[in-house]
Write a protein that binds this ligand. Structure first.
Ligand code: AOF
Ligand code: ZN
Length: 336
């Protein structure tokens, strides 16, 4: 196997923990002696050991049996090891202390706390470091993480469900499902990918939503962000029951989003009514719009998502893909 093939193996080790590592990046690591894999590791759970520490700990169990000293081993890791004391001690320290002398890194960490500084530290400690293997795959795997650190803001997606005549819901009526059960199931998978779900006080009152990701695999549930300055919120509502809710009274949306610049949040899914959705779309903050469109109209009693002269395209988005979910159509638009 060549370096790229080992790196692909490390990428797939990382992938196992897509939903439990977030909002941290997925990271995988391998220790090699010559061409033999001695140990494998990954960052499995947000807040717990990083991949490099896991692979070193796993290799220690084979010391004396499969190898005599860590100086015989090469560490392959998908992301530049960290150099900070965060929720866990710095990986650079664990690597240096282990006695490893060769490190092959897939991609530099875009987090400004690392961003090449860890590589420099390893080199200063007489470790032979090579960087730049399968970089595009690693960036794609950790799309939201790279986006957040390169743009100093979380990736923002607006998701709406629309009738065939562009309506959001019935005026003066209880909650109605616009799209099919399969589309609503798809939304659960979508929510599972995000670090946070943002909604507004009106949606909370009108829909009594749960706004969690109901999927049949283990995930770190997205945090809930509620934009509302109501003082009489009913905290017995199901929305408040199962995961952390952050109530934000700030009205300026740029300020609201800017607040996540230094927080553990790389992506936000906005699920709200027409007022808040239009307010977000009139800023420059939104990166993606997902429309689940039903083939059925709501008619004159329906409330429009947009003013008559407005389309998602006219708001500065291009249709990236479109496909059927039962009789509905899911359209994904990306910022031009
Ligand atoms: C590594 N190996 O497996 C991961 C890294 O909050 P903490 O302490 O867990 O640190 C999170 C930051 O560390 C994250 O933003 C990213 O820059 C890096 N992630 N680094 O050495 C890993 N997951
Ligand atoms: Zn680390």
């Amino acid at each position: 196997m060549n370096i790229e093939e080992y790196m692909q193996r490390a990428i797939s080790l990382a992938e196992t923990y897509r939903y439990t590592a977030k909002p941290n990046p997925m990271v995988g690591a391998i220790l090699l002696k010559d061409k033999t894999i001695i140990a494998e590791g990954a960052h499995e759970l947000f807040g717990s050991n990083h991949a490099e520490v896991n692979v070193i700990e796993s290799a220690k169990k084979k010391l004396g049996e499969k190898f005599k000293s860590f100086s015989e081993l090469t560490l392959i890791c998908t992301l530049e090891p960290c150099n900070h004391r965060g929720k866990t001690p710095p990986c650079t320290e664990a690597i240096i202390n282990s006695g490893i002398k060769k490190v092959i890194i897939g991609c530099q960490d875009p987090n400004s706390r690392m961003a090449g500084k860890s590589i420099k530290k390893l080199i200063e400690n007489n470790i032979d470091v090579k960087v730049g293997f399968c970089e595009n795959d690693i960036k794609e795997q950790n799309k939201f993480f790279f986006y957040k650190h390169n743009n100093q803001k979380p990736y923002l997606t607006v998701k709406i469900a629309s009738s065939s005549d562009g309506k959001s819901h019935y005026r003066n009526k209880d909650r109605t499902y616009i799209t099919s059960a399969s589309s609503r199931e798809d939304v659960q998978q979508l929510r599972a990918q995000y670090d946070a779900i943002l909604t507004g006080g009106n949606t909370l009152t009108n829909d009594n939503p749960r706004m969690n990701a109901r999927v049949n695999f283990e995930i770190n549930q997205p945090k809930k962000i509620l934009l509302s300055n109501k003082n009489n919120l009913d905290i017995n509502q199901q929305f408040f029951q199962d995961s952390q809710v952050e109530i934000v009274k700030e009205k300026n949306l740029e300020t609201v989003i800017n607040n996540y610049k230094n927080k553990d949040c790389c992506s936000i899914l906005i699920e709200a009514g027409p007022k808040l959705v239009n307010a977000f779309l009139s800023t420059n903050l939104v990166d993606e719009v997902i429309v689940y469109q039903s083939p059925h109209p709501l008619g004159a009693n329906g409330v429009d998502w947009f003013n008559k002269d407005i389309t998602v395209e006219s708001l500065g988005f291009n249709l990236e893909s479109s496909y059927k979910i039962d009789d509905d159509t899911k359209k994904i638009f990306l910022k031009c």
